[in-house]
Ligand binder design. Structure first.
Ligand SMILES: NC(=O)c1ccc[n+]([C@@H]2O[C@H](COP(=O)([O-])OP(=O)(O)OC[C@H]3O[C@@H](n4cnc5c(N)ncnc54)[C@H](OP(=O)(O)O)[C@@H]3O)[C@@H](O)[C@H]2O)c1
Length: 348
């Protein structure tokens, strides 16, 4: 096994970025050399302070040129929205880039973006990998791995279940909770592009099985609050949106083959009352033999199972750093990445 260490930069320190930052500081195989922030209150602070750890001597900067000029092997690029121009600059500056903000897989719709990434990788002798829990794992690598347990596959369904009341998030209003149900159905909170972004994930499974997605169809169902639902930043009023079920289906050989369900709810006082159990990712493969797997956080002392979607997103990127750095130049999907060896995790 290689004894080398990998010099890493954390780009943006939101929820995902802070988890990655903590990992970079604590993992002896990785050496943190830079942190880029936009928030003026974080500029000039030690990375350890931002991550809730002892001082590291690495100071956060909002100067992108300074970051581009650093000698580093890899950048974990986790801003609120992706920035292809900046990713290409980082790649050309000789740094590999791993991005939970996408893009993820070179499907036809995103071909032009990936051509730009490929060109930047060629120029910089670097590689690019889009990562995350979904897109990036639960709806692609995980089910594709599970298909090895099948003799015949009729249908694959991936369900994301998140109770946003038990797993508080800052984007409750942006997500459309508390809106009028008819208004949300007419103008969904998720963009019309979202199914296409997730179809990048679907293509990993479908093409991994030697098939092609012919078309994509979408459905949206909403649940109303049966009573006022207080949450940390406000109240979801009775009768307004307290649950959303997005359903996106990829069709193969004329039949619905792979479906992503997203059940986002604000607690149990909703109608209809979808019975999905604890927050999780559920993979159901219908065929011979039929299969089901649930991915969820471990039980805490209080009996709760937290949903770790954001930390998992960071860690899927952080644990891929050695493999992405060691790979040859170009865009690296799960097909090129193969089985990742996550170094430095077993430690005192
Ligand atoms: N693939 C997946 O499964 C998956 C799952 C979850 C999230 N994600 C993606 O991962 C990224 C990070 O998610 P997150 O939950 O950490 O987000 P977040 O908590 O909202 O943090 C994003 C960070 O981006 C920086 N930022 C704020 N405004 C910005 C702007 N206008 N332009 C550029 N950067 C800005 C800030 O960094 P500073 O505070 O350092 O200034 C902010 O903390 C997002 O792109 C998200 O879509 C992917």
């Amino acid at each position: 096994m290689s004894e080398r260490t990998y010099r890493v930069i954390q780009w943006a320190t939101g929820v995902v970025g802070r988890t990655a930052l903590r990992h970079f500081i604590e993992n002896p195989v990785l050496e943190l050399v830079g942190v880029y922030v936009t928030n003026p209150e974080k500029v000039g602070r030690d990375a350890g302070d931002i991550a809730g750890l002892p001082a590291t001597g690495v100071i956060a900067t909002n100067d992108a040129e300074n970051i581009i000029g650093l000698d580093a092997d890899c950048v974990l690029f986790a801003p609120m929205v992706t920035d292809l121009d900046m990713i290409c600059r980082l790649l050309r500056s000789g740094k590999n880039v791993i991005s939970p903000a996408g893009p993820f897989v070179p499907t036809d719709r995103y071909r032009a973006q990936f051509e730009r990434l490929e060109a930047a990788c060629r120029d910089g002798g670097t590689s690019y990998h889009g990562c995350g829990i979904h897109p990036g794992f639960s709806g692609d690598l995980l089910p594709l791995t599970l298909t090895r347990l099948m003799n015949r596959i009729d249908r694959i369904e991936i369900t994301e279940v998140i109770d946003k009341l038990r797993n508080p998030m800052v984007y409750i209003e942006v997500m459309g909770f508390g809106r009028d149900p008819d208004e949300l159905l007419a103008k969904p909170s998720r963009s019309a592009e979202a199914p296409h972004i997730f179809a990048q994930s679907m293509s990993i499974v479908v093409e991994g099985l030697g098939k092609k997605i012919e078309r994509l169809t979408t459905k949206l169902e909403v649940a109303g609050a049966t009573q006022d639902i207080p949450y940390p930043n406000g109240v979801i009023r009775a009768g307004t949106v307290a649950g959303q079920h997005y359903e996106w289906t990829g069709w193969v050989d004329g039949a619905a083959f792979m479906t992503y369900h997203f059940y986002w709810t604000m607690g149990d006082n909703i109608e209809p009352k979808w019975d999905n159990g604890d927050s999780c990712y559920r993979v159901v493969i219908t065929g011979d033999p039929p299969l089901e797997l649930r991915l969820m956080g471990g039980t805490q002392a209080d009996g709760r199972r937290p949903f770790y979607g954001l930390p998992w997103t960071a860690l899927l990127g952080a644990t891929a750093v050695p493999a992405v750095c060691d790979a040859g130049p170009g865009v690296i999907t799960h097909f090129e990445l193969g089985v990742v060896r996550p170094l430095g995790l077993v430690r005192k």
